[in-house]
Design a protein around this ligand. Sequence first.
Ligand SMILES: C[S@@+](CC[C@H](N)C(=O)[O-])C[C@H]1O[C@@H](n2cnc3c(N)ncnc32)[C@H](O)[C@@H]1O
Length: 323
Amino acid sequence: MREAAHPGRIVAYPAQKLSTEATWTPERPSRDPERAARKSPQTSTREPVIQEPVASEAVDPEPEATRRAAGVTESSRANRGWWDRNADEYQIEHGTFLGDDRFVWCPEGLDETEAELLGPPEDLKGRDVLEIGAGAAQCSRWLTAQGARPVALDLSHRQLQHSLRIGGGFPLVCADAAALPFADGSFDLACSAYGALPFVADPRLVLREVRRVLRPGGRFVFSVTHPLRWAFPDEPGPEGLSVSASYFDRTPYVEQDDEGRAVYVEHHRTLGDRVRDVVTSGFRLVDLVEPEWPDWNTSEWGGWSPLRGHLIPGTAIFVCERD
Ligand SMILES: C[S@@+](CC[C@H](N)C(=O)[O-])C[C@H]1O[C@@H](n2cnc3c(N)ncnc32)[C@H](O)[C@@H]1O
């Protein structure tokens, strides 16, 4: 809930001994950052959600990449650790492209200023907006400039420290998107640029939570990797243009340490799965945007590149509304 989160510090769910120093001491991890617990559903989330603390154990520098099952808790724990360890690298790599106070939906560079997926900018004034999987909360900074009142939420404390480093004055909340620590009907809008949805084992848990905290008529817009990409190698060059796996194989992508513990997880849903997830979670699907690669964008972002972007979709953006 808004009162619980004070600008200038990170409110952590669960309460953990976490530093809120906004220091910027990048340490480059040795691995590619691009490869890129929930408790039971709550009837009321007025109380802080308690999750198990993540052990800060050393991680095998060369985890094994595989496809295998990974559940809700394992995925959440793995990704929390991964994003904490790789937040610095992510911000070094992509901070300039994202801009400190722009709202960029995807590696294609689609900007909310032109897309207006949340509605006309003038209608954002005074709106309560939840940004999910906010990272360094660049989108929340843009929303603030439009006169909105954003709350930036992320699973990774280190990502939120980057938001503190940049500044902004809006609340930062460290929590899992599948257990939102806000009262019902707290927000007018919710948004997520590649935050949470690609990483959770059951996206319906997130969607239901977002629906719960939205007011009637509220809109949720989220971007994810386009499901079609899962049939191709995650490579920016020509090798990323030949089908190498079944689009219909929903087995998660997992990186695991030498004891078989997941240290990074991404989940695949087909386009039909995503539409069903949205609808069965109580939303109407208003639009499904597949941004085309613009000529001005010469940047690569992991497997997203001008070469592939001109040929196959890289991002799917779902515009959803609750009644
Ligand atoms: C690809 S980054 C996107 C960050 C930001 N939206 C941006 O565009 O730079 C994904 C973010 O989602 C966060 N995340 C992953 N799983 C999450 C979850 N279950 N709940 C909340 N945030 C999550 C990660 O910590 C990370 O900051």
